[in-house]
Ligand binder design. Structure first.
Ligand SMILES: [Zn+2]
Length: 363
């Protein structure tokens, strides 16, 4: 793995009046922000993926190896801290890590795109809705699941308790998109709601089993992606189909859980607040001020720097302005809104982290 950059040294001490204040480590800072405790500055976070072509070249770890082999996966993840100066690292870049173990087909060979599931075993209406035989052992022995767990172990060995290590799982709604097929699944929320409930029910143990294995491997918190977004379903469908499973599942994860759900979500974040998540990672489609007002005192927020316009297409100055706006609005953890496009310039991601460092405050 690359050496730690000097500008992100965790040992630096600075003078403040009569006091000498020890800077927080990246992990202390992230955990404090997640728990609503005072921080020396807002953390900059890789919540889903900050893998880019440029970062792959700098780290010397590229797709597809960084999706299927533990060492390059950990090396690319570590670059979020060591090259970009972020406070967290997250090695599971795609949404497909657990899909093969559930009977989907995934093309892992591409160098220029994220792997995505291509075959949904339950799309056949005759297919029985059940997990593959041998779950959970067979799931945990799957090559791609093992790869993620080993990458987390390598990151833990490398960073110890200095840097926040995030794991990531897909919740039962997103897993249904993969195993059941997204169009079929969404149609059935209206046409065959019992089959939808059965899918959610059968898939529910998967993220809990995967999350626990990631925590045992060394993850400090879990990102839980469940794309029940306003772009595809009504807010009442989240409330009726997914809130009850979330309320049952999230307490089973013995660590803070961060919900990731892209798109417009202001109309359902009240329900997210009832599900037991420590934080919610949200998109720039939702103004930060409104999201802060909707969640105040109930759930911490991570996000919401725009990907396609700001991080991909604009320059460091615009990134700094947008990051500062999110900080001023009260977003607790500053992060790209979703997995960044692979063409995103490293200079823009560094500018986001630098803006967080420029906001040093008295604890
Ligand atoms: Zn997303």
């Amino acid at each position: 793995m690359p050496q730690r950059a000097d500008n992100v040294s965790m040992e630096s001490v600075y003078q403040k009046g009569a006091y000498t204040m020890q800077r927080m480590t990246a992990k202390q800072r992230f955990l404090a922000a997640l728990n609503g405790q005072p921080v020396d500055r807002p953390p900059a976070a890789s919540i889903v993926s900050v893998a880019t072509y440029e970062l792959m070249d700098i780290a010397g770890a590229h797709f597809p190896a960084a999706n299927v082999e533990p060492e390059p996966m950990a090396t690319l993840a570590a670059a979020a801290h060591e090259v970009l100066g972020f406070d967290s690292v997250m090695p599971i870049f795609s949404i497909a890590q657990e899909a093969t173990a559930l009977g989907c087909r995934v093309d892992w060979s591409k160098t220029d795109m994220m792997p995505t599931p291509t075959y949904a075993p339950w799309a056949d209406r005759e297919a029985e809705i059940k997990l593959p035989d041998g779950f959970p052992d067979s799931f945990l022995e799957d090559k791609y699941v093992q790869c993620a767990l080993e990458a987390i172990r390598l990151l833990k060995r490398h960073f110890g308790d200095e840097v926040m290590i995030l794991g990531k799982v897909m919740g039962p709604w997103t897993l249904s998109y993969h195993v059941y097929n997204m169009q079929e699944f969404l149609c059935d929320t209206l046409m065959d709601p019992d089959r939808v409930r059965r899918s959610l029910d059968v898939l529910s143990p998967v993220p809990v089993v995967f999350a626990k294995a990631q925590l045992e491997a060394g993850a400090d918190a879990i990102v839980w992606a469940d794309h029940a977004t306003g772009d595809v379903i009504r807010n009442t469908m989240y409330r009726d189909f997914l809130l009850p499973p979330h309320q049952a599942l999230i307490p089973q994860v013995p660590a803070p859980v961060i919900l990731h759900c892209c798109g417009r979500t202001l109309d359902r974040v009240q329900y997210f607040c009832q599900a037991g998540f420590a934080a919610y990672h949200f998109e720039s489609a939702n103004p930060a001020e409104e999201m802060v007002a909707e969640t105040a005192g109930r759930m911490k927020l991570a996000g919401n720097i725009n990907n396609p316009t700001t991080l991909l297409a604009r320059g460091p100055e615009e990134v700094r302005r947008e990051a500062q706006r999110a900080i001023d609005a009260g977003v607790d953890i500053i992060s790209p809104e979703c997995a960044v496009p692979l063409q995103t310039p490293v200079a823009n991601l560094k500018a986001m982290a630098q803006t967080c460092r420029d906001n040093l405050r008295e604890r």
